[in-house]
Structure formats: structure tokens, C-alpha cells
Design a protein around this ligand. Structure first.
Ligand code: PLP
Length: 393
């Protein structure tokens, strides 16, 4: 099997598994307990928080453990918007993950206003004044969608602009957004800035304090950590609770800590951050192998996303083809890829991301996402390209 769906999930790093084992088998104490038996688990949790903070440039007490990216996104948006009873405006983009879009929709149902910013053909947020674009063509937006507006005019809206949420890297096409710049505009307009960095953490270099973001979501299984664990970075001084219960996670996120998961996440993130340059250059080589082979074979395709994209993401739209067909044919050849995002792979419709980017329909229908990881080899990249050429011909 060739696994090339690393944007959906990644293989657990063996060292992360080894680091987790003691906390699954022997050191299983509840860290909230005062007895000596809980000390090792407590220490491990503290160390993991420090490792993760160092990896993203934050303070340890700005890192809050969660069950993954979806929870972190829900926490950021709902935590901020529901922090008091006033009606708010939320600004997000048309190409966010459903964890953000459906959180926005839920808030819209409670009477808050959501504005969806358009993107250009490369999937980059349009900041400068641009003609209003059509309402995105998916049921998700059918209720109460504001027309996409110019981010710099947000102060004109009646409700308080409470939060701007723009993803750092897109999960379908890999486009990286100018987060620092967007964050500055949001702050100038008095809004809190959240970024869903699930596809970016462990894959591209950044420092949360340097970016200036208030909230940032991450998920361990996207960077070779275990599934079901992630974190939310919350800038010091901004404290929004997620749920009600015990006093875990500084009283903001109740629930007994997943010590093994957190330890595995910290081990995987440290490894990925320490090896980021090697991984980026390896992935670039693998990407080039695929693109060059397809080009040499004169296959008619578009590579989606901007040049500044998350390493290993190869989103390709083949003219007059079918993404679903390509996925299944590749599957029969032992190759795992995806059509658009993992959540969309059962549907044949063009994804909301490709629609927002206005990829022509004859190409958009034939879209697949190959997402390479550091476990992939050059010979695997060659095999993927050769398999595609064979099918397409
Ligand atoms: N945000 C983005 C950009 C993602 O790619 C994903 C996962 O596909 C999520 C959020 C959800 O993360 P999780 O699977 O950890 O809930």
C-alpha cells in the first residue's frame, strides 16, 4: 500500500507510541489526585505543555489540551462569541474546514451574524476592495449568509465584530494565508483573531507571539501524533471557558486529562519541528516528481492552491475526469489519496473550497488531493504519478 492521504491523518511516530506506553499501562493515575502515584503523570503533563509551547513560541500556560482540531475550533468560536449575551459579528472565510463553518452556522442560528470572506483563484483571502461575489453554492450557507465584504470595512457593521477566524493552511489545496497581516487588520478593528492551524502545525514554521494571533487550533494526528488529542493556544489574558465540570485545564476545559495522548502529541510535535527543514525539502522533491511526470506525459491538469502552500499537498484537477473514479481506481492499485477533504470524500459534488476558488467545472470535478508525508519515498511518488497517467490515458 502507498499511503498518500497525510492531510486526512498521519501514521503515529514510533517514538510517540513509546512515550505514551507508560501512561497507558503503569502510570495511569488521575493527575487531579494528590497522592504520590499521580506525580509522574502530573510531571509528564507539565513537560508536554512546555514542549508544545516551545514548538509554537508560546508560554506553557497559553496551551490548553483538547480532543483535537474540531473541539479547538468549536471552543475558540463559541467560547468568544458566547462569552456575553450581546449580538456579535463573526468574520470567516469561504474555504474553512467544517469545524469552523458549522460552528459559525450554529452561532448564526443563535442570532449572530457571519460574514464569509471570498478567496482568489489560488485560495488566498481577498482583502482589497472587490466586487461582492455570489453566495457560496452549498446548503451550509443558505441561511443568513452575509455577502462577502472587504475586511478593512468591518467597522461599518452594526454588531460588534467579535472574532475573525481564518485558517492558516487549507486542508484541500494547502494554501497558506497571510495570517499576520489579517490578524493586524482584525486587531485594528477591535476583533479577536483565531486561526485554524490544524494543517500547519508541525509542517510550517511559525511563532504564535510573532503572528499576534489570540487563538490557534491544532490536532495531534495531523503531525504523526495520536488521534483524539489536540490543543488550543489562547493568548495570556484571554480566557474563554469551553465547558462546565471539574477544574482541569486551568478551569476552562473540564474532563480528566488524556495524559498518554498529550505526551504522544508533544513527542511527535517536537520531532516534526526539529526535522522541519529536512521534511520540507524531502516533500518538495516528492511533489516535483509527481508534477514533472504528469507534465511530461502531457496530462491536462491544474495544480490547485498558491505557491505558498503546505509542504506535501498536491491538489490536482484533471480536465473532464471524475475525482471519485480516480480515487477508486487508485485504491484498486493500492494507493490511498483523497478527493478534496476527507469529510467530503463520500460525495461527488465539487467541494466548497474549489467552488470558492472558482475552479472551472470541467477541471473541478476531476480533483484529487495527494498529501505526502515524511514516510513517503521517491519511488512511491513515481508510482503514484505512473498510476495516474495509466488511468487517465
Ligand atoms: N481543521 C482542519 C483544517 C482540518 O484539516 C481538520 C481535519 O481534517 C480539522 C480542523 C478537524 O481536526 P480533528 O480531526 O482533529 O477534529
Amino acid at each position: 500500500m502507498i499511503y498518500a492521504d497525510n492531510a486526512a491523518t498521519t501514521k503515529l511516530l514510533p517514538s510517540a507510541f513509546e512515550a505514551m506506553k507508560p501512561f497507558l499501562l503503569d502510570e495511569y493515575a488521575n493527575v487531579s489526585q494528590p497522592y504520590a502515584f499521580s506525580q509522574k503523570a502530573k510531571k509528564a503533563l507539565k513537560e508536554a505543555r512546555k514542549i508544545i509551547a516551545d514548538c509554537v513560541g508560546s508560554l506553557p500556560d497559553e496551551i490548553f489540551f483538547t480532543s483535537g482540531g474540531t473541539e479547538s475550533d468549536n471552543w475558540a468560536l463559541k467560547g468568544v462569541v458566547l462569552s456575553d449575551n450581546t449580538p456579535k459579528t463573526i468574520i470567516t472565510s469561504q474555504i474553512e474546514h467544517k469545524a469552523v463553518l458549522n460552528s459559525c452556522l450554529a452561532l448564526e442560528r443563535l442570532g449572530h451574524k457571519v460574514i464569509y470572506l471570498p478567496v482568489n483563484r489560488e485560495g488566498v483571502i481577498v482583502k482589497e476592495k472587490s466586487p461582492c461575489q455570489a453566495k457560496p453554492d452549498i446548503p451550509l450557507y443558505e441561511r443568513g449568509c452575509g455577502l462577502p465584504r472587504n475586511l478593512t470595512t468591518v467597522h461599518n457593521y452594526d454588531n460588534e465584530i467579535k472574532i475573525v477566524s481564518v485558517m492558516m493552511a487549507n486542508n484541500e489545496v494547502g494554501t497558506i494565508q497571510p495570517i499576520k497581516e489579517l490578524c493586524e487588520i482584525a486587531h485594528k478593528n477591535g476583533a479577536i483573531f483565531h486561526t485554524d492551524a490544524v494543517q500547519a502545525v508541525g509542517h510550517i514554521k511559525f511563532d504564535v507571539h510573532e503572528l499576534g494571533v489570540d487563538l490557534l487550533s491544532a490536532s495531534a494526528h495531523k503531525f504523526n501524533g495520536p488521534k483524539g488529542v489536540g490543543f488550543l493556544y489562547m493568548k495570556k489574558g484571554t480566557k474563554y471557558p469551553l465547558n462546565d465540570g471539574g477544574a482541569q485545564e486551568f478551569g476552562l476545559r473540564s474532563g480528566t486529562e488524556n495524559v498518554a495522548g498529550v505526551v504522544g502529541m508533544a513527542t511527535a510535535l517536537k520531532y516534526n519541528v526539529e526535522n522541519i527543514d529536512t521534511n520540507i525539502s524531502k516533500l518538495k522533491t516528492l511533489e516535483d516528481i509527481i508534477i514533472n511526470k504528469l507534465t511530461e506525459a502531457k496530462i491536462d491538469f491544474i495544480r490547485n492552491g498558491s505557491n505558498n502552500r503546505v509542504p506535501g499537498n498536491v491538489s490536482l484537477s484533471f480536465k473532464n475526469s471524475e475525482g471519485e473514479m480516480l480515487l477508486h481506481r487508485l485504491d484498486l492499485m493500492g494507493i490511498c489519496i483523497s478527493t478534496g477533504s476527507a469529510c467530503d470524500s463520500k460525495k461527488t459534488q465539487i467541494s466548497h473550497v474549489l467552488k470558492a476558488m472558482q475552479i472551472p467545472e470541467e477541471y473541478a470535478k476531476g480533483t484529487i488531493r495527494i498529501s505526502l508525508g515524511h514516510n513517503n519515498t521517491e519511488s512511491e511518488a513515481k508510482s503514484i504519478a505512473e498510476a495516474l497517467i495509466k488511468i487517465l490515458r
